[in-house]
Design a protein around this ligand. Structure first.
Ligand code: HEC
Ligand code: HEC
Length: 238
């Protein structure tokens, strides 16, 4: 190859690469509002991000790939847990995680701050991040479908979508409060009582660390049915 040909390849290659790079930069900024759901960013989301930094939640948790690896990833936490569970965990981790060996500290986050935090986590959860982390996609799907068209989901998906943030079943979900097979074998509630427990745990089992679940009465009954069906060798009372 002559020196001239080498120079042309160098200049041509650099130009083509630079053009591709510029186009990708332009295209990224063009698509950003759609992918990052910028229309969702209101004053609560902004305030929530400040709360996230004020308490250094990132020290232990990751969000969109950044942060510590000690505690669960928060990118899709909104869909894994929902508002009421996030609020209970952040304000009373010592109660919800009573039986867990890992410890989240009680940070003294106020009620207003928690509201802003959940707005922030709701926005983060909605960012189009090409289904990553993949293991959380089933929670997102179940969360979105469980109240509007629960019949499109398998019963087990509804249960894991609504409860899998704290309970496990056949190696799905996160077991910080018991596996449903073990719980089913232990509890003596009938369907009515179990549905009531799901909606308002304290009214059935005072002092228990489980927060009230934000599901409809119908979904609670469907879940109660499923859990009671796991009882082996026992008559399930209807
Ligand atoms: C010192 C470390 C630490 C800090 C700081 C911390 N957390 Fe946690 N967090 C944890 C641990 C550990 C868990 C999991 C506990 C378990 O599995 O028993 C957890 C769990 C959670 C969960 C439930 C996650 C899930 O998917 O089950 C939420 C929500 C949460 N933290 C929110 C926050 C927020 C919001 C902040 C900041 C205000 C924060 N955490 C600060 C350690 C921390
Ligand atoms: C934020 C975490 C969290 C979520 C989400 C959650 N639970 Fe729980 N659950 C707990 C804790 C904590 C306990 C108490 C564990 C213990 O003390 O052994 C518990 C206990 C239970 C028990 C045992 C009750 C008893 O009297 O012993 C049942 C049944 C139960 N949960 C069902 C559900 C169902 C169904 C869902 C979903 C609709 C759900 N839970 C969602 C945290 C959670």
């Amino acid at each position: 190859m002559t020196g001239k040909a080498a120079r042309n390849i160098f200049i041509g290659g650099t130009l083509v690469s630079a053009l591709i790079f510029l186009w990708m930069t332009y295209d990224f900024h063009r698509q950003e509002p759609r992918l990052a759901k910028t229309e969702m960013i209101d004053e609560h989301v902004v305030a929530g991000k400040k709360v996230w930094h004020k308490y250094n939640c990132n020290d232990c948790h990751t969000i969109l790939g950044f942060g510590g690896y000690y505690a669960p990833d928060m990118t899709k936490a909104y869909f894994r847990l929902g508002e009421s569970n996030i609020a209970s965990i952040v304000m009373h981790p010592e109660t919800v995680y009573r039986n867990s060996f890992r410890k989240m500290p009680h940070l003294g986050v106020s009620e207003t701050e928690v509201k802003d935090l959940t707005a922030f986590l709701r926005w983060v959860g909605n960012i189009e991040n090409r289904k990553w982390p993949p293991q959380d996609e089933k929670y997102v799907k179940a969360f979105r479908l469980r109240e509007v068209s629960a019949q499109k989901l398998e019963k087990v998906d509804i249960v894991m979508g609504a409860c899998g943030g704290c309970h496990s079943f056949e190696n799905q979900g996160r077991n910080i409060a018991g596996d449903f097979s073990a719980i089913a074998a232990r509890i003596t509630y009938d369907k009515e009582t179990l549905a009531k427990f799901i909606l308002d745990p304290q009214s059935v089992h005072p002092g228990i660390g489980m927060p009230p679940q934000q599901v409809s009465r119908e979904t609670a009954e469907l879940i109660a049915d499923f859990i009671l069906s796991l009882k082996v060798g026992k008559e399930v009372r209807k």
